[in-house]
Design a protein around this ligand. Sequence first.
Ligand code: PMP
Length: 433
Amino acid sequence: MSRSYKRSIELLARAQQKIPGGVNSPVRAYSSVGGSPPFIAKAAGPNVWDADGNRYIDYVGSWGPMILGHAHQGVIEAVQKAVSDGTSFGAPTEREIALAELVTSLYPSMDLVRMVSSGTEATMTAVRLARGATGRRKIIKFEGCYHGHGDAFLIKAGSGAATLGEPSSPGVTEGTAADTLSATYNDLESVKILVEASPDDVAAIIVEPVAGNMGCVPPNQGFLQGMRDLCDRHGVVLIFDEVMTGFRVALGGAQALYGITPDLTTLGKIIGGGMPVGAFGGRRELMEQIAPLGHVYQAGTLSGNPVAMAAGLATLSAITEMPDFYDQMETKARTLTSGMQGVLDQLNLNLKFQRVGSMGCLYFTEVDVTDWQTAEVCDTDRFGVYMHSMLDQGIYLAPSQFEVGFLSITHSDEDIAQTVDAAHLSLKKAYDR
Ligand code: PMP
C-alpha cells in the first residue's frame, strides 16, 4: 500500500499544460474514477511499469491488442526488421498481401479486406460503403455499443427514439444525428420496429456481436441470427464491429463463435499487434464498390504501413502457430472467473462477473446486464473505490465500470491468484465488509 505515484502526478501536471486533459484519449484521464493515471514507462508479458517504477499485472492490454502479452519476442523482432528497411513508403508492399491473405482465410465472410489505421476509420468507412452500395441514408446502432468517434456513431437515442437520434457530442450536427437510429441491445423487436418503419431508408445495422463497451454483454440466443434474417429480408447491410472481439473471443471472432455471417466486418486492436491498424472487409460485391474499383472513396497515407503490418502478421502468426491458443485463454479466463466468484460468495456479494472468452468485467450491480439500461445503473462510486484499491495492490484495471478487462496468454496462475486476492481486499473496502 506504500506505492508512490509522485512522478506520474508530476508528468500529468506537465502534460496538462500542452495536451487537453494531459491525455491523447479521454478515458486515460481517470475522470470517471478520480485520481491520477499512472504514466507507463515500459511493459513486458502480463506486466506494465509506471514512471515511479511500480509494477502492475495488466488487464488493459492497450485496450485489447496485447493478447500475446507485452513486448512479445516475435513481434518485437518483426517490427525491428521492418523498421530497419524503412518506416513508410505509401506504396504497395508484400506484407500487406500476406496479412490480407491471413485475415480473409480466418474470416470466410471477408472476400476482400482493406487495411486502415484505426478501428474508427474502419467503422466510418464500413458505414459509408453500406450507404454507397444501398443508396440509403440511415444506419441503426445500439445504445451502449461503441464504434469509434465517427460523427455517425456519437448519437444517443432521442426522446422519440423511433424517429430521431440526438448528437451525444457537441460538434455533431442534427443532420447527422437524424440518420442514426438507436436500438436496444439484445432486443430484436426494437430493431425490427426501426427497420420496418422505413425499410427503404436503412442502409446498415452496425453491432458489436459481443458488446464490450458497456462492460461485457453477450448476445442473447437468436439476437444475431434475428438481425441476419431481418437484413436479408430488407436488403440491409449487416456490419459486425469486431474491432474488440476479432481474434479475441475466437480466432475467427464472434462470427465464428456464434456461426453468423455478416456482410461487412470491421477489425482493429489485435490485427495490429499493438501498432495502429484497423481493417474492414466483406462480401466481394460490396468491397468492389470501394475505390479504386468502385466509387465509394476511402484512402490513407499510412494505410498498410509496413511496420504495422509486420506487427500484425507476427501477432497473428504466433497465435495461429499455437493450436490450443484459445483453449489456454479459456482456461485462464475460467480460473479468474471462478476465483472472482469465490470471493463474491465469501463476501456475500451478488455482483455479476460477465465474460466471453478472455474479455470480461465485474459489474457493480446485482442484475444480469443485457443492455445499456441494465448496465448504466451500476454503482460507479464503489467501482472507483475498488479500481483504485486494485491499482494500489498492483492490479491495473481500466478506469471505468464500462470497460472490459483482457487476459493475455502470458498471465500466469500466480498472476491470477494475486489478482483474486487483491479483489477480495478491494471489494471489502468498496462495500465496507
Ligand atoms: N469499435 C469497437 C467495438 C471498439 O471497441 C473501438 C475502440 N475501443 C473502436 C471501434 C474504435 O477503435 P479505435 O479506438 O482504434 O479508433
